[in-house]
Design a protein around this ligand. Structure first.
Ligand SMILES: [Zn+2]
Length: 117
């Protein structure tokens, strides 16, 4: 089944199947990244410049700023949610996203860190 994704409002939103799914101005903790020197970057999203489907995940290109150290930059493939049976399920921005080989915690179904970055 085809899932249509695009950015809206000059990158303020990601639209999935023609509904607004993920917006900017949220803080996403990011682990296992090379965005800045922080062990976990708390990334305030400023804009989405790209969005695509990577197997069952929706990944976005984002511009943002780490609120801990002030680094500004971009991430090409930030996972923002996943597709299950054609429906979109957004990740909780409060949950740490791991950009490299996310490890699923079998007890909670959430992502956790694995090792050093
Ligand atoms: Zn930082």
């Amino acid at each position: 089944m085809a899932v249509s994704v695009r950015t809206l409002d000059d990158g303020a939103w990601i639209s999935v199947n023609d509904s607004r799914a993920v917006g900017v101005s949220q803080i996403w903790p990011i682990a296992r990244h090379d965005f800045c020197e922080c062990e976990i970057a708390h990334l305030l999203l400023e804009a989405f410049y790209d969005v695509g489907v990577d197997e069952h995940r929706i990944v976005a290109g984002v511009v943002g700023q780490c609120i801990d150290c002030g680094t500004e930059g971009s991430i090409d493939t930030l996972p923002v949610g996943r597709i299950i049976d054609g429906d979109f399920y957004a990740y909780d921005p409060g949950q740490v996203q791991s950009l490299l080989e996310p490890v699923e915690d079998p007890d909670t179904g959430t992502h956790r860190l694995s090792g050093r970055f």
